[in-house]
Design a protein around this ligand. Structure first.
Ligand SMILES: *Cc1c(COP(=O)(O)O)cnc(C)c1O
Length: 223
């Protein structure tokens, strides 16, 4: 049995001030989330709409739920009433749908734009050029029910720490570029969400403000 509270404390002790932890609880039972909650954790990340709905209905109401995975547009409506942040917006279509559904519930949903920097071909996210194009188009400025709060990315799944660090640095430079060009007057644009169980210590040395750690807290997922 994994001692969730102990693992959580260990991860937290690695995080400098200003770096927040999203405890990635997908595929883990409520009991594990409750253990983390009892130890003080309030931000949890899930990536399946129905699993999230089940957990949100049965766990404490002051949990901040982040949707961290690829989100299909037809699932937006269900999560928008209660989601705290949608971390992986990977298309304008999704951004528009979040805006539309959020307007219907009178909410403004904080979101992050997902970048595709890693070499893996299967991952979602905007290339840097596609992200520049989206921001330059200005269409997002009309979407009053979404708030772009930063960027999110996953590094390549490799052992080469230098490569991982280089990818985080590339994302951090891109964040600075985007902030200067489009969000210079917006203090809410501040999140750099990178770092998972395998690479969060590297991520916090390379600009992360928000790590997403699952296995390192809850142990291996049983799918
Ligand atoms: C599952 C997942 C994580 C957590 O992965 P671990 O290796 O278990 O820490 C982080 N981010 C995203 C987007 C995920 O889907």
């Amino acid at each position: 049995m994994v001692d969730v509270a102990k693992q959580l404390r260990e991860v937290l002790s690695d995080l400098p001030d200003g770096v927040r932890l999203v405890a990635v609880s997908k595929f883990h039972p409520n009991a594990d989330l409750e253990a983390a909650y009892q130890a003080g954790q309030r931000i949890f990340g899930e990536s399946h709409e129905q699993e999230l709905a089940r957990k949100a209905a049965t766990l404490p109401k002051d949990i901040e739920w982040h949707f961290i995975g690829h989100l299909q547009t037809n699932k937006v409506k269900a999560i928008v009433p209660y989601i705290s942040m949608i971390d992986a917006v990977d298309s304008l279509k999704l951004l528009r749908e979040i805006d539309k559904q959020a307007a219907r519930c009178g909410r403004v949903i904080p979101v992050l734009l997902e970048l595709h920097i890693a070499e893996e071909a299967t991952k979602y996210g905007f290339t840097l050029d596609a992200c520049r194009e989206l921001l330059e188009s200005g269409v997002w400025r009309q979407l009053e029910h979404v708030k772009i709060c930063g960027l999110m990315m996953m590094a390549s799944n490799v052992d080469d720490e230098a490569q991982i660090a280089a990818e985080f640095d590339q994302a951090a430079r891109f964040f600075d570029e985007v902030r200067a060009n489009y969000f210079a007057d917006d203090p809410d644009f501040r999140e750099r969400s990178w770092g998972m169980s395998q690479d969060y210590p590297v991520a916090v040395r390379h600009g992360s403000t928000m790590v997403r750690v699952g296995t390192g807290i809850f142990g291996p997922r049983v799918y």
